[in-house]
Design a protein around this ligand. Structure first.
Ligand code: FES
Ligand code: FE2
Length: 432
């Protein structure tokens, strides 16, 4: 039986391989909820989703329901979405605006900073009952960077600065593309549930090796869908006309710090779309806001896709943010947010959103391929024929990068997965 001891957990990860149980064992999943999602900084939403007092969105930290809301003083609060009376969720909508959260069960009502405002029939309360002690519990630590709000269920541990610090250039890379310097998460969300473990999605996000085969119909010049998408009236072709699977071999992947973060690089931003009038209009707006030189710098492709472990990817190529919500050991929900650049011409924002519809909507060509790969992987891992999953590509070929203390390797290797499992071990092996 799994006992959760550091010895047993560390036995699940070996150089270049990981035990199948990390994807299939419910006891390991339970421990991940406690030791990773209960201790790591978890992305809970973006400030632009709650711009006005009373605005809120509901989400989860691991499986715990939480509310991100803006109080009337302008402050952001992250509250456990659990009534202090008998435990009901007090807010069930995905988003909205409210003066107070009122629990439907017995009617306790809470202010948007979590304070308990009142209870029905107060004279029935136990002697000494104090409203001030019975508010919605706040998530212990909350911090944000350029609108990205994170919360941490642990009172102490890795500081937010240490968590986010190594990845701020990657976030800046995307946010700076907005002429007004802000991203807007106000263009809806694509939601998926797949029958597989949550780690399959975070491993995949920076896995260039799967692209030529999983997404053959999109990226190979002979792929059927590739041909059909040319001539999109927005000028947005998904991939460069000349891009073949060979082109993916030149990409690099990078990992940084001990927290499991990484990114892939060396892929140009949608080159074919860059010669469109829409792009020129956008570039002019950006140059007007930040100057020609800075605009050129911002639009020089650097970071392709970035992962902030354990649950958010910031995707520069087809502009979006993806948030991974574990539901069970073999069930995961993914939210894909299209982004708008504040201050950019509508045509440019529409073009980005349309591009994401092609690549990541439910009727898309790309994300749906990945969902199929995850389902097949989870199904295959039910086999007891082999205990180990191979993540050894490029083992030993990693080398220090030029700056930012990174380690880099070919994006066709599995450096990123090995780094994620190093972080996984460091969270999972700490008891208490
Ligand atoms: Fe919320 Fe009773 S459970 S008021
Ligand atoms: Fe993919």
């Amino acid at each position: 039986m799994f006992d959760g001891s550091p010895t047993e957990i560390s036995g699940l990860v070996r150089p270049g391989r990981v035990h199948r149980r990390v994807y299939t064992d419910p006891a390991i999943f339970e421990l991940e909820m406690e030791r990773i999602f209960g201790r790591a900084w978890i992305y809970v939403g973006h400030a632009s989703q709650v711009p006005a007092p009373g605005d809120y969105v509901t989400t989860r930290i691991g499986r715990q329901p939480v509310i991100l809301c803006r109080h009337r003083d302008g402050g952001l609060h992250v509250l456990f979405n659990r009534c202090s009376h008998r435990g009901a969720k007090v807010c069930v909508l995905a988003s909205g605006n409210t003066k107070r959260f009122e629990c439907m069960y017995h009617g306790w009502s809470y202010d948007t900073d979590g304070r308990l405002l009142g209870v029905p029939v107060p004279e029935g309360a136990q002697a000494g009952f104090d409203l001030a002690d019975s508010g919605l519990r706040p998530v212990p630590r909350v911090a944000s960077y350029r609108g990205f709000v994170f919360a941490n269920c642990a009172e102490d541990g890795l500081s937010f600065d240490d968590y986010i610090g190594p990845m701020t250039p990657n976030i800046d890379d995307l946010v700076d593309r907005a002429p007004a310097g802000e991203l807007l998460f106000d263009a809806g969300v694509h939601r998926y549930v797949f029958p597989g473990n949550w780690k399959l999605q975070i491993e995949n996000a920076l896995d260039s090796y799967h692209v030529p085969s999983s997404h053959a119909s999109t990226v190979n010049e002979k792929g059927e869908q590739f041909a059909r998408r040319e001539g999109d009236e927005t000028g947005a072709a998904v991939v460069d006309r000349n891009r073949t699977s060979d082109a993916w071999k030149g990409r690099r992947s990078f990992v940084v710090g001990a927290a499991g973060h990484g990114w892939t690089s060396n892929t140009a931003l949608d080159e074919s779309g860059r010669s469109s009038p829409v792009f020129y209009g956008y570039k002019a707006a950006l140059a007007e806001a930040v100057g020609e030189t800075r605009a050129n710098e911002i639009l020089t492709p650097r970071f392709h896709n970035s992962l902030l472990y354990p649950s958010i990817t910031v995707m520069g190529l087809n502009v979006h943010v993806r948030v991974i919500h574990p539901l069970a050991v073999d069930r995961t929900e993914v939210h894909v947010y299209p982004l708008r650049y504040k201050g950019a011409p509508d045509a440019m924002n529409q073009r980005n959103i349309r591009l994401l519809n092609v690549t990541h909507s439910a009727a898309s060509f790309v994300q749906t391929d990945d969902m199929e790969a995850f389902a097949r992987t989870q199904a295959g891992l039910a086999s007891l024929a082999e205990e180990w999953v191979d993540i050894s590509r490029g083992l030993g070929d990693e080398r220090p990068g030029r700056d930012r203390n990174v380690t880099e390797g070919s994006a066709m290797h599995e450096l990123v997965m090995r780094q994620q499992y190093a972080a996984w071990l460091s969270y999972m092996c700490k008891a208490g």
